[in-house]
Design a protein around this ligand. Structure first.
Ligand SMILES: [Mg+2]
Length: 188
């Protein structure tokens, strides 16, 4: 069975937080580590004087000059395509950073053309069979198979987001190769 697979970029295929926190720590004299980002609303974890300014870093498209792909990203995307599946990247951008992640994905061989790339603010509108994402809110909105990519910020606090995890069928994967193996089991 050949399916359509939507893959999130930030926090899934792209190790955005490494560079995001590097810039934050440099500018605000802090030492915040990725493992310490235990909730989605990162502005609550940075220094109060920084606060929501943390999101301004995402408007600076040079951040993607330094963002590296997640482990096995290229290999897993290539294997899924070689298996005959339709693989698209589905990402939410800030207005100022729109388009930048296409160039990033192209550079790392994760897309072949713009047909493989969607910028979408509401992932509930995606028409794909599977969505792999690190934000539980996106997975709640999505209508197909929802797979959560394990990250420190999606392990707890679903209740504070007003999300009822039991209302949606969510599978958790720890790695991209683990995602590939899960899909293979489902489709066997
Ligand atoms: Mg994400």
């Amino acid at each position: 069975m050949k399916i359509t697979i939507a893959l999130d970029v930030d926090g899934v295929l792209a190790r955005l937080h490494d560079e995001w926190l590097r810039r934050y720590n440099r500018d605000w004299d802090d030492n915040l580590q990725v493992e310490q980002i235990t909730e989605w609303e990162i502005h609550k974890l940075v220094k109060p004087e920084c606060g929501t300014h943390i999101y301004k870093y995402l408007d600076d498209t040079t951040i993607y000059d330094h963002v590296l792909p997640e482990k096995d990203a290229q290999e897993v995307v290539q294997r899924l395509r070689a298996d005959g599946h339709r693989v698209v990247l589905a990402t939410t951008s800030t207005p100022k950073s729109m388009g930048r992640k296409y160039a990033w994905a192209k550079h790392y061989g994760l897309v072949e053309s713009t047909k493989d790339y969607i910028e979408v603010g509401d992932k509930g509108l995606l028409r794909a069979d599977v969505l792999l994402d690190d934000y539980i809110g996106n997975l709640e909105a999505f209508k197909g198979w929802s797979v959560i990519y394990n990250q420190p910020w999606n392990k707890i606090n679903h209740h504070t987001l007003g999300i009822n995890l039991r209302a949606i069928a969510v599978t958790r994967v720890l790695t991209l190769s683990g995602f590939y193996d899960t899909l293979c089991r489902w489709l066997a």
